[in-house]
Design a protein around this ligand. Structure first.
Ligand code: GLA
Length: 714
C-alpha cells in the first residue's frame, strides 16, 4: 500500500530536477566536464539514454547489399521473419535496421525526407509496423551532413535535426545510425549533439549509434552524446580488413561501458570473403570487445555454418555480459594475441588468437588474465563446448587465423591483482540489499531498471566512476587479503535536490572501518578512507538516516581500492620499478633507452636537447605506463622531451595522472625544443600513470623520453 505513493513522489521529483537542470542553463555541461577531469582516461558515465545497457544486437543491410536493388521491403520483412523463425530473436538479436538509400534524393515541399517508392512502396512506417508486430525493433540511417555517403543517397540531417527526428519518431523508429559524410567541416561534437538532442526531444526512446569513423576520437567525448560510436573506417569482407579494425578497437577498452560502446563496425560473418575459421575469430573478437553485434549478411540465404556462428549462445553471453566491460589485450607478439574480459560472475572470457599463417600454440595464465590465486579453474571452450580444468595454465593449439575462446571460472573467488581498482568497474560478490532498483555501476540510482540513472554527482561535482545505490543497501566485494585501502567520496546525489539522507559505512570483514555519519541532500561529498589491510571481504552499507527510504539516492562516488605491495620508502629511479601495465604506439616501452620503434632494446641513450640521461623510459606516442603506488608515495620529479634522435620532428604531450586525475602536464613539446621539467604531487594516490599523447602530425617520430624520473615514497 505504501509503495505506490512513494513511487509517484519519486517520479515527480525526477521531472522537477530535469527541468531545473535544463533551466539552469549549462549546469549539466559543467558537471559533465568535471566528470571527465576526475576520470582521466576513464569514460564519463553515459547520459544519452538507457537504450544499450548491453551492446545492441540486430541486423543492418549495408554489408550485404550496399545500395543495390535487392535492398527493399521484401528483404527487410524477410529478415524480420527469419529473426523469429530461426531463433535469432531468441538469441538476443532485436533491431532490424536500414542503412543508406532508403530515401529519395530530395526532400518534399515540406522539407521532409521521402521513402524511396520503388524499394519501399508502402513507406517506412509500414515496414516498422511489420517489424514491431514480430516483437522486434526498427532502425534507420542518416548522415550528420548535407547528404548521406552513397552516390544514390539522400539529404542528410545537418540543419534538419528536429524535423527528421520528429518524422522518424512518428514512424516508430527505435534506432538511428548517424553517419559522417558531407559534414561541411562542422565540429563533430556539435553535429552529433544536435541530433542527440533532437532524438531526446521527440520523447521516443531511440538508440543513437554515432558513425563518424573514429575521426574526432569519439571515445573521449561521445559517452554523453550517443549509445555507441564507430571507432574506425568501414569494414570489408576480408581477413586483413577485419583484423586491422580489431587492432584499432582493441586499444580502446577503457572507454566503453553500459550505454556507451566502442563500435568496430558491423559483422561480415556469412558474406563469403573469409573462411569459417576467420568468421569465428571475427565473432569471438567482437564479443570479447563488447561490440554491437549487427548481422551484415543476407540471412535469407545463410548456410548452417553462418547460423552456427551467429547464434553461439556462449559467445553472445560474453558480448552481453551485464558487467559491461570491453576485453583488453593482455599479451601480443609474433601474431599471437591474448585478450581477457572481466565478467559479472567473477569469471573471465579469454581469447587466444593466431594471426599467423600456420598453426601455433597460444598460451597465457589465469594470473595474466587477472584472476590468479585460485587453486583451480574451469575452462569452457565456447566453440567446441569442451570443459577442462587447470591450475592456471591456459593454452591451445590454434589454427592459422583462428581463435580459441574460453570462459575461465575460478573454483573459489580469487584475490584482486596488484593495482588500483575502481569499484564501479569490478564485479561485486553479492549485493544482498538495495531498496529501489539495482545497484548501478558508474551511474546514480534511477530506482527501476539497470542503467536508468545519470552521471554520479554530489555537491555539484560529477564523478565518472562509482556506485549509485538506494538506502538501505549492502554491496560486498571479495578482496582475498591483498588490498590495503579504500578511498571514496560519499553523499546524496544531486538529482534529488535537497531531499534524502543516509549513513554510509564501510566494513573490512566484520570491522567497521569508516562511517560518514548522516549525509543529507544539501551536503557536499565527504571523503572517506578506510584501511583494508589483510581483509578478505569489503562491505559497503548505506542505511536510511531515520526519515524513511525516500529520495535516498546514495553515491559511493569515485570509489577505488588499492591492492598489492607499494614501493619501499625512499627515492626510486622510476624505471627500476615494475610497471603494472604498459601500452606504446610503436615497439615496447624501453628501460634506460630511447624508443627504437621495433624490438626491445633497439633505441639509444636517452638524449633530449643535447643532454644525455642514464635513466628513464623511452616511449612512443600514444603511450601509457602505469605503476602501483599503494598510497605510499608523495611526488614524481622528471624531465620530459622528444628524443634528439628524431631531429626537429615529433610533437607530443606529457601528462602525469594520479588515480586518473592530471597532476602535471607539459603542453605540446616538439623535437625542436629541449626538455621540460615536471613535478607531480602524488600523496595518497594508488596509481601513477604516465601518458604521452600525439600532439600534431599524428604519431610519427614521437620518440618521447621520460628522462631521469624520480619517485619519492614514504
Ligand atoms: C559509410 C558508413 C557505412 C555505410 C555507408 C552508407 O561509409 O561508414 O557503414 O553506412 O556510409 O553509404
Amino acid at each position: 500500500m505504501t509503495l505506490i505513493p512513494h513511487k509517484i513522489r519519486h517520479r515527480a521529483v525526477g521531472v522537477a530536477t530535469t527541468l531545473a537542470m535544463l533551466c539552469g542553463g549549462g549546469t549539466l555541461g559543467a558537471a559533465a566536464l568535471v566528470g571527465l577531469e576526475v576520470a582521466g582516461a576513464a569514460p564519463a558515465a553515459a547520459l544519452q539514454n538507457s537504450q544499450a545497457v548491453t551492446p545492441q544486437m540486430g541486423f543492418n543491410n549495408w554489408n550485404s547489399t550496399h545500395c543495390r536493388a535487392e535492398f527493399n521491403e521484401a528483404m527487410v520483412k524477410g529478415i524480420a521473419d527469419i529473426f523469429v523463425s530461426k531463433g535469432l530473436k531468441a538469441a538476443g538479436y532485436t533491431y532490424v535496421n536500414l542503412d543508406d538509400c532508403w530515401a529519395m534524393p530530395t526532400r518534399d515541399a515540406a522539407g521532409d525526407l521521402v521513402p524511396d517508392p520503388v524499394r519501399f512502396p508502402n513507406g517506412i512506417k509500414a515496414v516498422a509496423d511489420y517489424v514491431h508486430a514480430k516483437g522486434l525493433k526498427f532502425g534507420l540511417y542518416s548522415s550528420a551532413g548535407t547528404r548521406t555517403c552513397d552516390g544514390l543517397g539522400f539529404p542528410g540531417g545537418l540543419g534538419h535535426e528536429q524535423q527528421d527526428a520528429n518524422l522518424w519518431a512518428s514512424w516508430g523508429v527505435d534506432y538511428l545510425k548517424y553517419d559522417n559524410c558531407n559534414n561541411q567541416g562542422v565540429d563533430a561534437k556539435q553535429r552529433y549533439k544536435a541530433m542527440g538532442d533532437a532524438l531526446k526531444a521527440t520523447g521516443r526512446p531511440i538508440l543513437y549509434s554515432i558513425c563518424e569513423w573514429g575521426s574526432s576520437r569519439p571515445w573521449t567525448w561521445a559517452q554523453e552524446t550517443g549509445n555507441s560510436w564507430r571507432t574506425t573506417g568501414d569494414i570489408s569482407d576480408s581477413w586483413s580488413s577485419m583484423i586491422s579494425i580489431a587492432h584499432e578497437n582493441q586499444a580502446l577498452a577503457p572507454y566503453a561501458g553500459p550505454n556507451a560502446w566502442n563500435d568496430p563496425d558491423m559483422l561480415e560473418v556469412g558474406n563469403g570473403g573469409m573462411t569459417d575459421t576467420e568468421y569465428r575469430t571475427h565473432f569471438s573478437l567482437w564479443a570479447e570487445m563488447a561490440a554491437p553485434l549487427l548481422i551484415g549478411s543476407d540471412l535469407r540465404t545463410a548456410g548452417a555454418a553462418t547460423m552456427a556462428v551467429l547464434t553461439n549462445a556462449d559467445v553472445i553471453a560474453v558480448d552481453q555480459d551485464p558487467l559491461g566491460r570491453q576485453g583488453a589485450v593482455i599479451s601480443s607478439g609474433d601474431g599471437l594475441v591474448v585478450m581477457s574480459k572481466p565478467l559479472a560472475d567473477g569469471s573471465r572470457a579469454v581469447t587466444l588468437t593466431n594471426e599467423t599463417a600456420a598453426t601455433r600454440t597460444v598460451a597465457t595464465t589465469a594470473a595474466a588474465a587477472g584472476i590468479g590465486g585460485a587453486a583451480s579453474y574451469t575452462l569452457k571452450d565456447l566453440w567446441s563446448k569442451q570443459t577442462t580444468t587447470t591450475t592456471g595454465a591456459i593454452s591451445a593449439s590454434v589454427p592459422s587465423h583462428g581463435t580459441v575462446m574460453f570462459r575461465v571460472t575460478p573454483a573459489a573467488p580469487t584475490a584482486l591483482p596488484t593495482g588500483l581498482h575502481w569499484l564501479g568497474d569490478l564485479a561485486w560478490s553479492t549485493a544482498p540489499a538495495n531498496a529501489w532498483g539495482p545497484v548501478e555501476r558508474n551511474h546514480s540510482n534511477g530506482e527501476t531498471a539497470p542503467g536508468d540513472g545519470r552521471t554520479l554527482t554530489v555537491g555539484g561535482t560529477a564523478y565518472a566512476k562509482g556506485l549509485g545505490v538506494h538506502a538501505g543497501s549492502d554491496v560486498r566485494y571479495h578482496l582475498g587479503g591483498t588490498c590495503t585501502g579504500l578511498v571514496v567520496d560519499v553523499g546524496i546525489d544531486d538529482e534529488v535536490g535537497s531531499n534524502g539522507s543516509a549513513v554510509f559505512q564501510v566494513y573490512r570483514d566484520d570491522t567497521l572501518v569508516a562511517d560518514s555519519g548522516i549525509r543529507r541532500g544539501t551536503d557536499p561529498a565527504l571523503r572517506l578512507t578506510a584501511d583494508l589491510t589483510g581483509g578478505s571481504d569489503l562491505r559497503l552499507v548505506v542505511t536510511d538516516a531515520g526519515d524513511g527510504k525516500d529520495y535516498d539516492h546514495a553515491d559511493w562516488a569515485g570509489a577505488r581500492i588499492g591492492c598489492g605491495t607499494a614501493p619501499a620508502p625512499g627515492t626510486h629511479a622510476l624505471g627500476d620499478l615494475a610497471w603494472t601495465a604498459a601500452f606504446n604506439g610503436w615497439g615496447p616501452v624501453e628501460h634506460d633507452r630511447s624508443n627504437g620503434e621495433a624490438a626491445a632494446g633497439d633505441g639509444r641513450t636517452l638524449t633530449v636537447g643535447g643532454t644525455a640521461y642514464a635513466k628513464g623510459l623511452g616511449v612512443h606516442a600514444t603511450s601509457t605506463v602505469t605503476y602501483y603506488l599503494g598510497g605510499r608515495c608523495t611526488a614524481l620529479s622528471t624531465d620530459a622531451g622528444v628524443d634528439d634522435e628524431v631531429g626537429s620532428n615529433g610533437s607530443v604531450t606529457f601528462q602525469v595522472l594520479a588515480d586518473g586525475v592530471k597532476v602535471a602536464g607539459s603542453g605540446t613539446v616538439t623535437g625542436a625544443g629541449g626538455a621540460v621539467h615536471l613535478d607531480a604531487p602524488l600523496t595518497g594516490a594508488y596509481e601513477l600513470t604516465l601518458e604521452v599523447g600525439a600532439a600534431d602530425n599524428g604519431n610519427t617520430y614521437d620518440h618521447a623520453d621520460w628522462a631521469a624520473p624520480r619517485l619519492t615514497c614514504v
